[in-house]
Write a protein that binds this ligand. Sequence first.
Ligand code: UGA
Length: 404
Amino acid sequence: MKIGVVGLGYVGLVTASVLADHKNEIAGVDIDNRRIEKLKAGTVPLFEPHLSDYLSRNGDLMTFSDNYQILENCRAVFVCTPSPTMNGRIDTRYVEESCANIARVNDNCTIIIKSTVVPGTAKMIKRNTGMPIISNPEFTREGSAISDTEKPDRVVIGGENTEIAEKIWQFTRSPVVKTTNENAELIKYASNAFLATKISFINEIANLCERIPGADVETVSKGMGYDRRIAPYFLKAGLGYGGSCFPKDTEALVTYARELGVSLLLVEATISVNAKRVRHAVEIIDLAMRKRSLLKVCVLGIAFKNNTDDLRESRALDLVRELSRLGYEIRIYDPAFSGNLINVEACESIEKCVEWAEAIVVAAEWNQFRLIEKMQLSKPVFDLRRILDGASFTDYWGTGIWKE
Ligand code: UGA
């Protein structure tokens, strides 16, 4: 089948590559000409594990352009363009524009919206364009986007005449939720808001553990997670959630609900708990550093989580800015991000970064950061993501553990 994909960011490029790997012919469109040139030259414009393998082995099935005309003969076109928030409110302009452009070149296809949009958006676009619109939200995580797309926990398909979308995703053999556009749109928001709520919940329990001698949030979380009704996922306490989805989607959901006269108190609390995470960590680091008269800090992990180079809404970045504002000298190391930040030098190896520093902050969950356990460090180590064995250090602080 010839399938179009509009918007070649994380979601679009992963969708395009996986569908090409399942022998579909792909026409990919993005308005960013530099991105298109890179793709044509066989360069992957973003970091996502396995994506370059998928792109290179399916190169002959994929065409890229900044011109919508290449979507002419597609039977279905996925819309994966951004849906940012403006003052907490969703801005669907890019999604609307993409759909209008698709309708102009091909009025014989089905538009499948993957972008996260509030309920009512698909129907509004259907009215404006006269095109069949399917809502097919995605639940992939950056860093494991390929495997999440190959084998999602479920495929949600909203709208009428959903056969084409069902056929496209048949290879996943995942359960399919067939429903209305509105339900599909809301399933996405409710899922992200619920996951964000789990994270803020465990972060509050972590704050409590820090005040209880003998308590450790990792053990509390593990003990909770065995209960199948709770499940162990997204119960990892840390620096708070970031990235291009949870912060934006929780805000957009609260605003959307408020406009309908509904207060989402739990989601509002989730957002405010998350907003306090960086301050909490900075206070602890600052106090310990002052006591020891230390100034040089290295931060391991600068992207919003491991296995990505994405800095959007990165709590690690907020932390670096805040420590820098307090006068600390900072160097960073991130296996996926190699650019320099203002006033912050990026080191080329974890060893160099740690050797230079007087204190170490772990801000993302990369496995390779565990290397520092073997370094016999006497410097203070702040394990904000709880990935280290505290017993390997003489001066260790971990999120959610009581310390005198
Ligand atoms: C999230 C959802 O997990 C996906 O299902 C969804 O498709 C995607 O948003 C989206 O809407 O596009 P993503 O933002 O890539 O995916 O990353 P997550 O792995 O969910 O992590 C989000 C943030 O929460 C990260 O900052 C991570 O460090 C943090 N987190 C996650 C925790 O602090 N604790 C946890 O237990 C899990």
